[in-house]
Write a protein that binds this ligand. Structure first.
Ligand code: DOR
Ligand code: ZN
Length: 366
């Protein structure tokens, strides 16, 4: 990372902050791009900041076949401006019925980078998800054989379990046996929200000197705790799944993200929903953070005095875990403000972005 460190005027000179940061082009390892009008409205935000992104398959209907993933990949590329230098990395949506050979073929043909486990009913468009992980054991066996990573939405769906405990219970009841039964299956624990998840990931033994489990961390889980959802009233734009937890969990996530530990990397979980679907008697889960994702992460790293570890989190740990090359080229962020709009027009319906109406402290400039 090349950065001319100098103190900001008016700031403590013992804490020097660079005027700009130039880092290797980053990737986003967890993105919802949607389809149709919404895809056309949002795809460019991700492509502007990131070289590649893991594309979540929870469309309606979900992306369960190689043909569906190819079609979706084509629609993503068509939705982008002509000059966009962006590679969507496609994922398969696991159902109780998915065929192991379909996944293995998709992986071999370079269409499926990974497969996503949604416990049925856990989140948006997860009705076709897995009802019992035992149902996909033949699939996991095949994925382990071909070296295809399993991405997990790590929450149990039992309504008896308190919503704030669903991640911790998943780790114990679902993920622990899966890791034991498939000792060389690579796993990404998506959008970690708890100290339990951080400890779980760091406690797992490596395979031949490489981590077999990693976790993505979102900007929103780094920036607010559950209090924000209820500050002065109910705030639907802070609602996502897994739901934000207590402050001590947020602090554990910040320590993990900024630690330099290669098992933690950037995954925004940007998840746009039209404003009426969020501001509703039964509002959808999801935070649309793509427009200023890198700026938000940079702010967290600055606050934690860990800007020297920013590039590893944004641009190195993810590709190394997935066994993909690091990107060529760079992006530059300047220590300058941007005002986040209150609302973005998507051509059809408005979408409220993460940090609407706030000022970021970093600005992507190239
Ligand atoms: O908040 C979320 N929104 N969490 C998810 O797991 C899915 C996502 C979506 O697709 O809207
Ligand atoms: Zn997601």
């Amino acid at each position: 990372m090349t950065s001319p460190y100098r103190p900001l005027s008016g700031e403590d000179s013992s804490r020097s902050v660079p005027a700009s940061l130039t880092i290797r082009r980053p990737d986003d390892w967890h993105v919802h791009l949607r389809d149709g009008d919404m895809l056309r409205a949002v795809a460019h935000y991700t492509a502007r900041q990131f070289a590649r992104a893991i594309i979540m398959p929870n469309l309606a209907p979900p992306v369960t076949t190689v043909a569906a993933a190819r079609g979706y990949r084509d629609r993503i590329m068509t939705a982008l401006p002509d000059h966009a230098d962006f590679q969507p990395l496609m994922t398969a949506y696991l159902t109780d019925e998915v065929e192991p050979e379909e996944l293995a073929r998709g992986h071999e043909e370079g269409v499926f980078t990974a497969a996503k486990l949604y416990p049925a009913g856990a989140t948006t468009n997860s009705a076709h998800g897995v009802t019992d992980v035992a149902n996909i054991y033949p699939v996991l066996e095949r994925m382990q054989q071909v070296g295809m990573p399993l991405l997990v939405h790590g929450e149990v769906t039992d309504p008896e379990i308190d919503i704030f405990d669903r991640e911790a219970v998943f780790l114990e009841k679902v993920l622990t046996p899966v890791l034991a039964d498939f000792p060389s299956l690579k796993v990404v624990f998506e959008h970690a929200t708890t100290e339990d998840a951080v400890q779980f990931v760091t406690a797992q033994p490596e395979i031949d000197g490489s981590p077999r489990i990693a976790a993505t961390i979102t900007p929103h889980h780094l920036m607010f705790s559950r209090n924000a959802i209820f500050a002065g009233g109910i705030r639907p734009h802070f609602y996502c799944l897994p739901i934000a937890k207590r402050e001590r969990h947020r602090l554990a996530l910040r320590r993990a993200a900024t630690s330099g530990d290669a098992r933690f990397f950037l995954g925004t979980d940007t998840a746009p929903h039209a404003r009426p679907a969020k501001e509703s008697g039964c509002g959808c889960a999801g935070i649309f953070n793509a427009p200023h994702a890198l700026e938000s992460y940079a702010q967290v790293f600055e606050e934690e005095e860990a800007l020297d570890r920013f590039e590893a989190f944004t641009s190195e740990n993810g590709p190394r875990f997935y066994g993909l090359p690091l990107n060529e080229g760079t992006v530059t962020l300047a220590r300058a403000e941007v005002e986040v709009p209150d609302v973005l027009t998507t051509g059809v319906e408005p979408v409220v972005p993460f940090r609407a109406g706030e000022r970021t402290s970093w600005r992507m400039v190239g």
